[in-house]
Design a protein around this ligand. Structure first.
Ligand SMILES: [Mg+2]
Length: 407
């Protein structure tokens, strides 16, 4: 038994989750969070039998809010059977009345990923094995070029090609007003042409910076140059507006990093206004819900391209789904990304970074148990201690008139 159960009228109250079959019970002993540079929030869950699972609950710029949600998780889930991932997910999602949103879902994502890591380690298999086995042997990835305010992209694209990438992503524009000079869009076309000239594919991230007044113009200008996709061409919430834009362009439209759970993606799927769904595994509901979103997308002939400008745990978790999901297309990889400053990059906290080696634009099947990565816990603890008062914040932009602009 994982739990004491009491009967109140027709309702059963389970203090600490469902009972387990003999041998399948390994109770959650501790849940810890680590706020580390460059901007990541790692989660460590340990069981009574000493299995340690790692999750990532990074919500860039809002770590304190997510850490706060973990006080409730500790109160609720310490003492639950770590094997009951779905019951814990459902309890976390549904049993506090309020649900969804970026803060609660990022917290739940980190816990969910850690529990899947424990599941794989307990069984001695990679997570993709438990998700139904592999459907591919390698997964395509893309790196970033250009930073927040894209420039010198040709040199950076050449470097990416040398590193083994066959596709990159860059921001399409700097900040724009609701209506801006059409000349502001010409540089975007030039940059895309430059990067494509070396034989590399390019996804263009509009980053929600472009309002619909200019999004339709930009899409038309880009169309002859065939970007791999345009991402967040409009801010989330504009389903009807996106539907109109979709009808005006043949460029694949991608979106999803600011959508959480199937409930959030549903209107976009039903409206038929996207080609690629980009859930972020650290926000959308961890491995459990991200896999479900990908499966749901398949029924609409929508491809799955995990958003992942985050740390090694989120990246490994995304790849576990990539290896076991038929409509996977390509995964974002934050190695040498502009946010990873100083000594802190994708491999910093790993002791087996070789598993993420990029060859011919792809990463080989992860074969280790659980997430398939090994972490330097001592360094994580030391860095979290050093970063106690550090919180990454995104830039805040204003136009020349002083008005706020989207970042
Ligand atoms: Mg984006």
């Amino acid at each position: 038994m994982a739990s004491a159960m009491t009967q109140v009228g027709s309702t059963r109250v389970y203090e600490k989750g469902l009972a387990g079959a003999p041998g399948s019970v390994d109770l959650i002993k501790s849940i810890e969070t680590f706020n580390v540079r460059p901007r990541w929030l790692f989660v460590r869950v340990e069981t009574e039998k000493g299995i340690v699972g790692w999750g990532e609950a990074t919500l860039e710029g809002h770590s304190e809010a997510v850490i706060g949600a973990y006080a409730d998780f500790r109160e609720r889930f310490i003492g639950w059977n770590s094997a009951d991932i779905e019951d814990i997910y459902q309890t976390a999602y549904r049993h506090r009345f309020y649900r969804g949103g970026e803060v609660l879902m990022s917290a739940l994502s980190g816990l969910d990923i850690a529990l899947w890591d424990i599941k794989g380690k307990t069984l001695g298999v990679p997570i993709w094995e438990v998700l139904g086995g592999k459907v591919r042997e390698r997964a395509q990835v893309y790196g970033w070029i250009g930073g927040d305010r894209p420039s010198d992209v040709l040199e950076q694209a050449k470097a990416r090609k040398e590193q083994g990438f066959t596709a990159v992503k860059m921001n399409a524009v700097e900040s724009l007003g609701w209506l801006d000079s059409p000349h502001a869009l010409d540089a975007t076309v030039k940059r895309l042409e430059e990067v494509k000239s070396i034989g590399i594919d390019v996804g263009l991230d509009f980053h929600g910076r472009v309002h619909k007044t200019l999004a339709k113009q930009l899409a038309r200008k880009l169309e002859p140059h065939q970007p791999l996709f345009i991402e967040e061409p409009l801010l989330p919430g504009h389903v009807e507006e996106l539907k109109k834009l979709y009808a005006q362009t043949t460029i694949p439209i991608a979106l999803g990093e600011r959508l959480f759970t199937r409930q959030d993606v549903r209107p976009y799927f039903e409206a038929g206004c996207i080609d690629v769904i980009q859930p972020d595994i650290s926000h959308a509901g961890g491995i459990s819900e991200t896999r479900r979103i990908a499966n749901m997308a398949e029924t609409y002939d929508i491809g799955f391209a995990p958003h992942c400008p985050l740390g090694p745990i989120a990246f490994a978790a995304s790849l576990q789904i990539a290896f076991s999901t038929p409509n996977f297309l390509i995964c974002e990889m934050s190695w040498k990304m502009h946010y990873n400053k100083g000594d802190y990059d994708l491999f910093t906290y790993m002791t087996n970074p070789e598993v993420f080696q990029v060859r011919d634009g792809m990463i080989d099947l992860l074969t280790g148990p659980g997430l398939g990565i090994e972490l330097n816990e001592k360094l994580i603890r030391a860095q979290a201690e050093e970063s106690k008062d550090f919180n990454w914040r995104n830039p805040t932009w204003r136009g020349v008139d002083g008005g706020i602009r989207e970042w």
